[in-house]
Ligand binder design. Sequence first.
Ligand SMILES: [Zn+2]
Length: 305
Amino acid sequence: MKKLAIGIDIGGTRTKIGLVDLTIGQVLQTTIQATETLDAVRFEQAIGEAIQTLKAKAAVLQADVLGIGIGVSSFVHADGLVDSTYGFIDFMEDYPLANIIQTQHALPCRIDNDARLVALGEALYGRGRGLERVLVLTLGTGLGLGFVIKQKLDGKLPFAHMGGHLSIVQNGVKCYCGKTGCLESLVSATGILAAAERANWSAKNPSLPFTVESIFQASAAGNTGARELIDAFIEQLKTGISNYINLYAPDVIVLGGGVAKGLAPYLPRLLDEDLLGPYKGYQTSITISELEEQAGILGAAALFL
Ligand SMILES: [Zn+2]
């Protein structure tokens, strides 16, 4: 009998909903929809329709759905309450997401922070497979962090996903969390674009789009301003990674999210062998996610493993 679960990854702009075969770690069918951010009833209807479609698919496969796992970019409590999304989904303030979904669909529902579930997906089915200590950094709009030990998520909800707010610069840029010099405010897409703005990137390069991808490409093509921005970004990320190695001693560091797509040429710089100097015999590696957008769906469904 197949072990199936539904995994939902709720982002600020898009929501990905998939039916997952937990035994083989495969997403059998996916729906992607724009996230309804203003109206709770419309939100519940939209994801409800997708859930019904996937339940019907499971019925065709003659398999039961064990439950619905959900990742959302917010503080999430163990009882399935979303504390706050810091405004990116208006109605999700003290919103009992798990209870609502459970009641509407007569299936158990478990939720967790989205970056943590991406990490669980990578640890079980991606580049962390077979390894004991897996650290996953999701470099997107923000910097998400999840740590998995022996196939289980580490840390207590709702506080366990804040590792991106590691302060690495004294008196640095102000982060939305209230601190200054947070790694998240420097190495996320938002942080890179803010640095580009401070360096007058658009005025100096009026023909180039104002995107992280474009800055990476310009750097590779020899644009001096772009190279300075990317060099500073790589050094900041390297400082963060060296601190995470001290804290977590991971067997692998997996980099995911939109920003990670440009990082392949820089991996040897990010994991300088000197970082491992104090640890005789300790080995770690650094790699880029291959699951990409599927990691969040797989990790959310894996709450039912
Ligand atoms: Zn911060």
